[in-house]
Design a protein around this ligand. Structure first.
Ligand code: SAH
Length: 253
């Protein structure tokens, strides 16, 4: 596909968890519009580009979506090579779909380049195999925070039997816990709270669904964090290890 606008996933934070394709388009970019969950180290791949920060973290000062859209359209029509850089994967709670559609309705086709989403990377960093055979037959990525403040169908999620990975849950831990308990999920279900996955200061806390809110208060949990909920979290560091990005060596354990 030939286009001058790319919606690109920067991965979960570790600057080595990015695709070669993403690095290539960053390298060729004139302008890079960056979300605030993107590790600034990634911008080493585009030293020549104009960098525009358009973050909008929940509860913080934010750049209106309409402004971001119009800016992308302007650069797109000018023929500038524009990268819209987003944390994780642009299509997982990343608005790539709505931005691409908005542009397409105005005659500008954007390309999309995957990134590793925080939920998958975070679980792996903590040695949690999300679909461990015999333990979990699938994984469901779900947001606890919706635009209209409606609740997910917790009963269906509780009954589904898949590992749940909850995004944007820090401010809604109580709703997550109560919704799943009311939906019939056992109180003893293991949970992992994973903060700053793949970044310096990554922290992992294991508890049960019953203890979730209490443990989160004790550790003063902070965003960004994901929750992994399901029997796979009872597996203590089952995966052999993760690549240490600084040393480039395999850190076991
Ligand atoms: N497109 C992103 C998700 C954006 S929504 C992706 O694919 O990862 C923002 C939410 O993602 C945060 O509230 C948090 O739940 C999660 N998140 C993003 N980066 C994270 C990280 N490094 N560690 C833990 N959670 C993260």
């Amino acid at each position: 596909m030939t286009t001058n606008i790319w919606l690109v996933g920067a991965g979960p934070g570790d600057p080595e968890l990015i695709t070669l394709k993403a690095v290539r388009v960053l390298n060729q970019a004139d302008v890079v519009m960056v979300d605030d969950l993107v590790n600034p180290a990634i911008l080493e791949h585009c030293p020549q580009a104009r960098i525009i920060r358009v973050g909008k973290r929940g509860g913080c000062r934010s750049t209106p979506q309409a402004f971001i859209n119009r800016l992308m359209l302007r650069y797109g029509r000018q023929g500038k090579r524009l990268v819209r850089l987003k944390g994780g994967d642009p299509c997982i709670f990343g608005r790539a779909g709505e931005e691409a559609q908005w542009l397409a309705e105005r005659g500008v086709q954007a390309g999309i380049i995957n990134g590793i989403t925080a939920g998958l990377a975070g679980a792996t960093q903590c040695g949690i195999p999300l679909t461990l055979r015999g333990v979990s037959r699938g994984v469901t990525l779900v947001t606890a925070h919706t635009q209209d403040d409606s609740e997910p169908n917790w009963s269906a999620l509780a009954a589904g039997g898949t590992t749940l990975v909850v995004y944007m849950g820090v401010a809604r831990l109580h709703q997550v816990q109560q919704g799943l308990l009311a939906g019939g999920m056992p109180a003893s279900t293991p949970v992992a709270i994973i903060e700053r996955a793949s970044l310096p200061g990554q922290r992992e806390t294991r508890c049960t669904l019953m203890d979730l809110c209490q443990r989160a208060t004790e550790i003063a949990v902070q965003s960004p964090a994901i929750l992994v909920i399901g029997a796979v979290c009872a597996q203590e560091h089952l995966l052999p290890g993760t690549l240490d990005s600084k040393a480039g060596a395999l850190a076991i354990g």
